[in-house]
Design a protein around this ligand. Structure first.
Ligand SMILES: [Cu+2]
Length: 121
């Protein structure tokens, strides 16, 4: 009886624990995926990628990975605007695009830098 009970407990543990772990890991992965921003590089004075399609509520993360250069991402439109301010080398700036539409992000320091952002509903 005891060994049968022990076996049942063991089976229960071995059968159950990975299942619980899988649920927890799945929840964590889901949360991480939902919050994961799209990374925009500014290396060599270019937004990379130069064009991106996202959904409303998703986040772009602007990283200044361009050596010693300053950047200054901004967007000014009738429906949606943001301004990162001067972005120090190595810094990042997150923007949640809460409004659908087609937008152009510019750099206040490098006029040739352009990023087209398409935000679906
Ligand atoms: Cu710039």
């Amino acid at each position: 009886m005891q060994s049968a009970l022990l076996r049942a407990v063991r089976l229960g543990r071995f059968g159950c624990a990975p299942f619980v772990v899988a649920i927890v890991m799945g929840a964590l992965a889901g949360a991480a995926l939902g919050a994961a921003p799209y990374v925009i590089s500014q290396k060599d004075r270019e937004f990379k990628p130069a064009e991106i399609s996202i959904k409303r509520g998703e986040v772009l993360r602007f990283i200044n990975d361009d050596g010693e250069l300053l950047h200054h991402a901004y967007l000014s439109s009738d429906t949606f605007s943001f301004d990162s301010g001067d972005q120090q080398p190595g810094s990042k700036f997150d923007v949640t695009f809460s409004v659908p539409g087609d937008f152009t992000v510019l750099c206040g320091i490098h006029p040739k830098m352009k990023l087209a952002v398409h935000v679906a509903k």
